[in-house]
Design a protein around this ligand. Structure first.
Ligand code: SF4
Length: 360
């Protein structure tokens, strides 16, 4: 029985690797085995689509071509090159880890997964990806795509929100890994999940391993993987104010510990009433009768939230000086609209900046 299973795995490896050879997408990080470049791409690809990552990756590698360049750069420069990609903690971790690699590992990423996992922001998945893709080590990977493919191929019906099931899937990822070409094999598994074995409507008709897939044999593909904690997106509102005076807009730098720590944002509130109250206080402070006008609205996703951002605008008198501190807020600054491209803004606020820049 076990021998048959091992033989099936060998066939799976062969079919998948052959398919990958002629179907792999040409992605910039696939043209290199540089461990630092692989690491950057893996961190950027967490929670972010490939098409979004490509221009960020290219700009990042141009600006920070080596671990040393990244380690020696100021955090503001690092954040500026991440701005718009979301989940900003990833950029801070990359920066921290680059400094550690220079100090402890002479500027070279370690090959061993246990050593890699000691670095900030590198978990079991990322360590496996770097070790296998850059160093061809026999290290498995398990991300959402691999979970889907393996749970379908092996018809693993247990709940993937349980640690026990994830451990079982890690064991499968290890068992399926060949002795050679481990980097290609891991990438092939992820590629199959991303381009063929979709969560809904998998393209089993073009799948290279369809003859070995138990879920396909039972015609139960969408039932795998089973996740009892699949959450529905929660709706949230946010109210943003573009406060203008004399060709400038008021921006706030987010405190380091905040979600968008270090980035610049237009002032925002969680309720319209709170925004109206503060606007009225600001008008009293600067002697203005300015009215609020709705300018635009945007929606964006963050973890389990779907956030509707209503953007309002108010023009204060030109006598308001660039040194005028609004409501004593030390993190706020009046920035000329024309200078906004020099600042790092998270993606939704960048869209607002792009919109208001059209007025100038
Ligand atoms: S046969 Fe279908 S369900 Fe099975 S791995 Fe291929 S695409 Fe996924």
């Amino acid at each position: 029985m076990r021998n048959t299973w091992l033989q099936t795995i060998k066939t799976f490896q062969k079919k998948l690797l052959e398919w990958f050879k002629s179907n792999a997408r040409d992605l910039p990080w696939r043209r290199t085995h540089d461990p630092y470049h692989i690491w950057v791409s893996e961190i950027m690809l967490q929670q972010t689509q490939v098409d979004t990552v490509i221009p960020y990756y290219t700009r990042w590698i141009n600006r920070f071509p080596a671990v040393q360049t990244l380690a020696q750069s100021p955090v503001s420069e690092v954040m500026k090159h991440w701005a718009g990609l979301g989940y900003y903690r990833r950029a801070r971790m990359l920066h921290e880890a680059a400094k550690t690699i220079c100090k402890k590992y002479a500027g070279v990423l370690p090959q061993d997964t246990d050593e890699l996992r000691k670095l900030p922001g590198i978990g079991r998945y990322t360590a496996g990806a770097i070790a296998s893709i850059a160093y061809n080590q026999k290290a498995p990977v398990l991300d959402g795509n691999v979970i889907r493919v393996l749970s379908r191929v092996e018809a693993v019906s247990n709940d993937i929100s349980q640690l026990k099931t994830l451990n079982r899937l890690w064991q499968l990822a290890e068992a399926y890994l060949p002795d050679e070409n481990t980097g290609d094999f891991n990438q092939a598994l992820m590629e199959l999940g991303a381009t063929v074995c979709f969560p809904e409507n998998p393209r089993c008709g073009t799948c290279p391993v369809a003859s070995l897939c138990k879920a396909h044999r039972f015609k139960k593909e969408p039932s795998f993987p089973f996740n009892s904690r699949r959450e529905k997106l929660l709706k949230k509102n946010s109210f943003t104010l573009v406060l203008r005076a004399n060709g400038r807009v008021l921006m706030r730098r987010q405190p380091t510990e905040a979600r968008w720590g270090g980035l610049w944002m237009f002032p925002y509130w969680e309720s319209r009433e709170a925004m109206l109250q503060d606007h009225s206080l600001i008008c009293t402070e600067v002697g203005s009768t300015a009215k609020l006008k709705q300018r635009m609205s945007l929606t964006h996703g963050f973890t389990k939230y779907r956030i509707k951002l209503s953007v309002y605008e108010s023009r204060l008198p030109d006598k308001v000086k660039s040194t005028h501190s609004i409501l004593g807020d030390k993190n706020a600054r009046w920035i000329p609209v024309a200078h906004l491209p020099k600042y790092a803004l998270p993606s939704p606020h960048q869209k607002i900046a792009d919109e208001i820049s059209k007025d100038v």
